[in-house]
Design a protein around this ligand. Structure first.
Ligand code: SAH
Ligand code: SF4
Length: 346
């Protein structure tokens, strides 16, 4: 028996291609029911035209909806973290961050992560599996439903900075982003989507070749091979020298800057010398540095750089003409901050 068509995981074109002989309007109606009207099932067909109803009688379809196990809000109410259960029982976390007049969703791309960064809770827990296209799209739909339930809207930005390494799950991630940016459906702006990578060089090259219209953030954390590899083990596989070549090719070909992420660890990578080396590494390149004070995790003993050290670090970058932002700490009280996500036991 053929598998059900998954309305969460197909692009509109793919769905239309699976409905030969039917006018395109029917694929559009069905797809929009899930991608715009946020329906979790389409068993009520009363609003559909007869040809679509008939087609549905013969062609089983399904929708990926993730079960909300738990929702925790930060003390200030602006950040909420959803623990979501996948069809096979594994759990992931998705974070929704509120700003005046808009929301940003932070999505997971894998259950766990294989990259093993020492200070990251997801990395500490190891890799379970890749998420499917439907499971990535379903996180966005879950956030929209949660907002709609409170009469809210305004999900505008996506960051692929939750659990997992997006470029290790390249195809599913790109299909999911094609779906959520389709103007017929959720219509998220590609320029409001950021993909964060630990530095998988082949993935960065593919983004460049395929001219993907999203922002790219690259996690650096160290500006010498040895310092980076001590924090980010995959630095041994794709050395900094090679990574920076791929980044420079990206900025030149795409005509856009790269965001570089630097988790600031007290006494680890927050010194003036290290800021100077980072500035030298990025010289002449369109770049913006996001400085993220280390968030606590169970498996790493380091602590966040002091405000003074962060300011000094930023000052050195500024003097070298490199813009940077010290990232606001969000949701730390509910372990929803950068690098604090891991699936809890359910
Ligand atoms: N796998 C991707 C995206 C997810 S992590 C990546 O590594 O880029 C998103 C960001 O959070 C990365 O820059 C990561 O280095 C950072 N991060 C991980 N653990 C952290 C922690 N404990 N405190 C602060 N930032 C952390
Ligand atoms: Fe994976 Fe990113 Fe965490 Fe590293 S920081 S372990 S790449 S999720």
């Amino acid at each position: 028996m053929a598998a059900n068509l998954n309305l969460t995981a197909l692009t509109l074109n793919e769905l239309a291609g699976s409905m030969p002989g039917l006018a395109p309007v029917h694929a559009r109606t069905l797809w929009r029911a899930v991608q715009r009207e946020l329906r979790v099932d389409v068993s009520d067909r009363s609003a559909f035209q007869v040809p679509l109803r008939r087609w549905l009688e013969e062609n089983p379809v399904e929708v990926t909806a993730l079960a909300g196990v738990r929702e925790i809000r930060s003390g200030d109410g602006w950040t909420r973290k959803f623990l979501l259960r996948l069809g096979d029982g594994h759990t992931i976390e998705t974070v929704l961050m509120g700003y005046p007049g808009r929301f940003t969703a932070c999505l997971s791309t894998q259950a766990g992560c294989a990259m093993g960064c020492v200070f990251c809770a997801t990395g500490q827990a190891g890799f379970t599996r890749h998420l499917s296209t439907g499971e990535i799209v379903a996180q966005v739909l879950h956030c929209r439903r949660a907002l709609a339930a409170e009469g809210l809207s305004g999900l505008r930005n996506l960051v692929l900075m939750g659990m997992g390494e997006p470029l290790h799950n390249y195809d599913s991630v790109m299909s999911a982003l094609e779906i959520v940016t389709d103007p017929c459906g959720q219509n998220l702006g590609p320029s409001r989507i950021s993909i964060s990578t630990v530095g998988l060089v082949p993935g960065i090259r593919r983004l460049t070749e395929e001219r993907r219209p999203y922002h790219l953030a690259v996690s650096l954390h160290g500006a010498t091979e040895a310092e980076r590899a001590a924090l980010v083990p995959v630095g041994r596989r794709w050395p900094l020298a090679e990574l920076m070549v791929a980044c420079r090719e990206y900025t030149a070909a795409m005509g856009r800057k790269i965001f570089f992420e630097w988790t600031l660890i007290a006494g680890g990578n927050d010194t003036a010398e290290q800021a100077g080396r980072l500035a030298a590494l990025l010289r002449g390149m369109p770049a913006h540095v996001n400085l993220i004070p280390l968030n606590p995790t169970a498996g790493f003993a380091g602590s966040a750089a002091s405000e003074g050290a962060a300011d000094r670090f930023q000052g050195i970058l500024r003097a070298a003409g490199i813009p940077s932002t010290i990232r606001q700490r969000r949701g730390i009280d509910v372990a929803a901050g950068c690098g604090q996500l891991k699936a809890g036991a359910v």
